[in-house]
Structures are given as structure tokens and as C-alpha cells.
Design a protein around this ligand. Structure first.
Ligand SMILES: [Zn+2]
Ligand SMILES: [Zn+2]
Length: 304
């Protein structure tokens, strides 16, 4: 019906669609983000929110948020399920298992996902986007627990665990069993900071390096390089959402909530995009070598 030449030219004309933007044809697993996160209260003493909000993005990724009434940081925590391992990034801002039962909550999620018997064959990896107190305080609840490994919080401990051979250059793959996470060192906010790209959902976990809020920068030069490296790393990848560790912006562009607030009634959405990261990279290039504050609609560059 078609000549070889005709078939060839049809295939050729399809090529731009097949390789649109250079993305691979792998279908990403979709999910849903919470419409409304718990966001503290005008009166925390009479607040009835749970200490931890648990939101299934899909059956293989759970997003948790700590109540701002327990700690004003209200950090987000991410739990990825694979076939042989599960990994969580960050353990929250509070040590106490009584006021903030993060280990119990995660254990219940693991049993729910794998079943009681299979849970014993699954390793839980407790890792961190970085080593600040509001991301590691819950670690003590996990130490010594069965089938649980807690990753250290220095850059050398993180490099060693993930097999990052030339920190902060390069990236490493971490296999959860049928699911690869890519780990990219991004120091600058803090020395041991990493970003995590999930090949299954196309989600990027960006910690405190990029979220809708004040991007506190301790090492300006390292941060600029990290954001440039991360931008380059993602250039050929599809990114569905950039999910950070906090929300501090309001729904009014460029306006943040005050530091330490325990009530954010109209806070910015959690997800940012690859375009937000590109904008951050462009702003950092434009600002140059000297640290400067810079207010954008969705984030504030905030050198310390
Ligand atoms: Zn931090
Ligand atoms: Zn933080």
C-alpha cells in the first residue's frame, strides 16, 4: 500500500513528536496533591488538626506535613515505596514521639502498603534533604528500629551512603526495587543538601533549596553553582512537580508570612515547576557574585 520511501517519510515526519522536547517516551505515574494542607491556627491551643497530615499522592508516594501548631516550620516529609525498599526524606522538626509520632505514622503506612508479613522483608531508609534541625529532629524515633536504616547528616555520610563519588559534582542512582531515584548534591543552603528526582512520577524533591518561601542561602557561591547544576541535570527530563520542604509565601505574589508564624490561612500552593527552577537559576546568574535579596512572585532569594 505504501512504498518504502513513503513509510520512511511518514516515520520521519513523526520524529519530532516522538522525541518532543527530547523526553523519553516513559509514561510517568500520576497522582494528586492535597487541595488544602493543614496550615496552623490562629489559636493553636484550641486547634484540632492532626500532628501529621498524611496525603497519598498515589499508592507509591505519600506526602506528609507536620502541623505548624507543633512546630512553626511545618515541614513536608516524603515517603517513596519501591519493591524492596522504601525511603523517606526528612523526619520533621520535633523529637518527641508523643507530640509528633512520625515513626509510628510511617510504620503504619509501610504495613498498609506492604502488608504485615512483607514489611519484615522491606528496608526503610530514613534519609534527609539536608541536615537542619527541622528536617532531622525525628531521627531518634527511628534509630534501632527493625528493618530501618538512618542515613547520617554530613555531606560525607550522604555521599558515602548514596555512592556520590565527587561531591558536589555528579549524581547517583538509588534503586528502591523497580524504582530509581536520582540523587543530586546541591549544597549552598546547607552543606549536605541533596535534590531527589523520582523517575516514576517525575517529581523533584527540592528541600530548602527551592520552595514557595524564603530561600535562605548560607554559601552564595555554592548555592549558585548547585542551582545551575540542578537546572542542567533536569534539562532533558520531564518534571511534573517541584516539591519543597516548607511553604512561607502567601497567595499574594511576592508576599511571605512572617518568620515563626503558626497560622497561614491563605498560603501558596506547595508545588512549583521546572520553570520556577529555571527562573531561580536566571535570577542568580543576573544577581552575580555578590549576595543580594531578590523578591519574586513565588519565592524570595534570601542570603544570610
Ligand atoms: Zn534548612
Ligand atoms: Zn527547613
Amino acid at each position: 500500500m505504501f512504498s518504502k520511501k513513503a513509510i520512511g517519510s511518514i516515520l520521519f515526519s513523526l520524529l519530532p513528536f516522538l522525541s518532543a522536547k527530547g523526553y523519553s517516551a516513559v509514561k510517568l505515574e500520576s497522582g494528586t496533591l492535597s487541595e488544602k494542607w493543614i496550615h496552623g491556627s490562629a489559636s493553636c491551643s484550641s486547634n484540632t488538626d492532626p500532628a501529621i497530615q498524611v496525603h497519598p499522592y498515589n499508592e507509591n508516594l505519600t506526602i506528609l506535613r507536620q502541623s505548624k501548631c507543633i512546630n512553626y516550620e511545618g515541614p513536608f516529609i516524603y515517603l517513596f515505596f519501591g519493591e524492596t525498599r522504601a525511603i523517606m526524606f526528612d523526619t520533621g522538626a520535633t523529637k518527641s514521639a508523643i507530640s509528633f509520632p512520625i515513626q509510628k505514622t510511617i510504620e503504619e503506612l509501610l504495613v498498609q502498603h506492604y502488608g504485615v508479613a512483607e514489611r519484615a522483608n522491606i528496608q526503610l531508609v530514613v534519609a534527609h534533604t539536608h541536615g537542619h534541625g527541622d528536617h532531622v529532629a525525628g531521627d531518634t524515633q527511628f534509630k534501632g528500629k527493625a528493618n530501618t536504616i538512618v542515613v547520617g547528616i554530613t555531606a560525607s555520610a550522604v555521599s558515602k551512603f548514596f555512592g556520590l563519588k565527587s561531591w558536589p559534582e555528579g549524581s547517583a542512582e538509588f534503586d528502591l526495587g523497580g524504582r530509581i531515584l536520582q540523587i543530586v548534591p546541591i549544597p549552598g543552603h546547607e552543606d549536605s543538601h541533596i535534590a531527589v528526582y523520582d523517575q516514576q512520577t517525575g517529581i523533584l524533591i527540592s528541600g530548602d533549596t527551592l520552595y514557595p518561601g524564603r530561600l535562605y542561602i548560607r554559601d552564595w557561591a555554592a548555592y549558585r553553582k548547585s542551582v545551575a547544576r540542578l537546572t542542567a541535570f533536569l534539562a532533558d527530563k520531564e518534571v511534573t512537580h517541584v516539591l519543597g520542604a516548607h511553604i512561607e509565601m502567601s497567595t499574594t505574589p511576592g508576599v511571605d508570612y512572617p518568620v515563626g508564624t503558626t497560622y497561614q490561612p491563605s498560603e501558596h500552593d506547595l508545588p512549583l515547576t521546572k520553570e520556577t527552577l529555571d527562573l531561580l537559576n536566571t535570577r542568580l546568574l543576573d544577581l552575580g557574585a555578590l549576595p543580594q535579596e531578590d523578591i519574586q512572585d513565588d519565592f524570595i532569594i534570601y542570603p544570610l
